[in-house]
Design a protein around this ligand. Structure first.
Ligand code: C5P
Ligand code: MG
Length: 163
């Protein structure tokens, strides 16, 4: 039987972090070997942050900064998969489960596709989802703008919830 459409919810997430030397590059909980990384109060996992906001958005539960203020010392250096799981738990407490996650990381370099499987596995593990429910895509910014000039990294995510 086809579920009524009102039980399906979609959320959108977006994030950006500055690139900085001497910081780790963590994407979806995976540390990618690189001579630079991302600045941030937490571990600056731009992909985990975008997916967290997409989950919160689908359930209309505000945004990541509302639940995890970057002024709170508790979250300094925090593993962002903690945020991700917390957002999922909040959604589940309202009767929603995650159907699927789709996402894009926009970063000029390094090449990320060899890490796709590992990142998908890490995210699927964190969210207790099947691998085929978690999609991660990569794009350059064609050397244009702050991302293209290697000054920042962005991530976008869409999450579907069902109740
Ligand atoms: O941005 P562009 O369309 O040129 O990217 C082509 C392909 O390169 C992407 O589909 C993706 O598989 C890969 N890519 C990557 N790491 C990046 C950016 C792109 O592996 N940082
Ligand atoms: Mg962030």
């Amino acid at each position: 039987m086809i579920q009524p459409l009102s039980l399906i919810r979609t959320g959108l997430g977006w994030d950006v972090h500055r690139i900085a030397a001497g910081r780790p590059l963590i994407l979806g909980g995976v540390t990618v070997p690189c001579e630079f990384g991302l600045e941030g109060h937490s571990d600056a996992d731009v992909l985990a942050h975008a997916i967290t906001d997409a989950i919160l958005g689908a359930a209309a539960l505000g945004d990541i900064g509302m639940h995890f203020p970057d002024t709170d010392p508790q979250w300094k250096g925090c593993d962002s998969l903690v945020f991700l799981r917390h957002a999922q738990q909040l959604a589940e407490a309202r009767g929603y489960r995650i159907v699927n996650v789709d996402s894009t990381v926009i970063l000029e370099r390094p090449k990320l596709k060899e890490y796709r499987q590992l990142i998908r596995e890490r995210l699927a593990g964190a969210l207790s989802l099947e691998l085929d429910a978690v999609s991660v895509k990569f794009k350059t910014a064609e050397r244009v703008g702050p991302v293209g000039e290697g000054r920042s990294a962005e991530a976008q995510a869409v999450v579907t919830l069902a109740r």
